[in-house]
Design a binder for this molecule. Structure first.
Ligand code: CU
Length: 145
């Protein structure tokens, strides 16, 4: 038999198997959801505190998140959420917007992605590495609201 016909048959089989997997075997928690809810959330990098405010944000899986990131400092910071492939620079004394859909449930750190130094805040040393917070994405299927 022509090897191209065999090749095409194999590809067709793989595609059909993938479609069947998505339709029947994919766990409910792994299916994409969109709640249609838009959440406006503002997070500030507090001036000379090496701290995000707030440090915990809670959303529902499937929500569209519109983050307004305010940098109060005279130097740059960054915002990164690895799980969502987000990494953006926050220029000094400015505000940026970051949009994404919270497709995965779980706890994900958000953190400063631009080395931004250190200082003493209320007698304690704070550094770039203290600029970390938590994004909690609630799963509406496995958690009861
Ligand atoms: Cu920073």
């Amino acid at each position: 038999m022509n090897k191209y016909i065999i090749l095409i048959a194999v590809i067709v089989l793989i595609v059909i198997a993938g479609a069947l997997y998505r339709a029947y075997l994919l766990p409910e928690a792994a299916k994409p959801v969109a709640t249609g809810v838009e959440r406006q959330i503002t997070i500030s990098a507090k001036k000379n505190q090496w701290r995000f405010e707030p440090e915990v944000i809670e959303v529902d899986r499937g929500d569209k998140i519109i983050l307004t990131m305010v940098n109060e400092d005279d130097y740059d910071h960054g915002i990164a959420i690895d799980a969502y492939g987000i990494s953006q620079r926050m220029p000094a004394n400015s505000t940026i917007k970051v949009e994404f859909i919270a497709t995965q449930a779980g706890d994900f750190p958000f953190f400063c992605s631009v080395p931004c130094g250190e200082g003493i805040v209320d007698g304690a040393k704070r550094t770039h590495f203290d600029m970390i917070g938590k994004l909690h994405v609630k799963d509406l299927i496995s958690e009861t609201q």
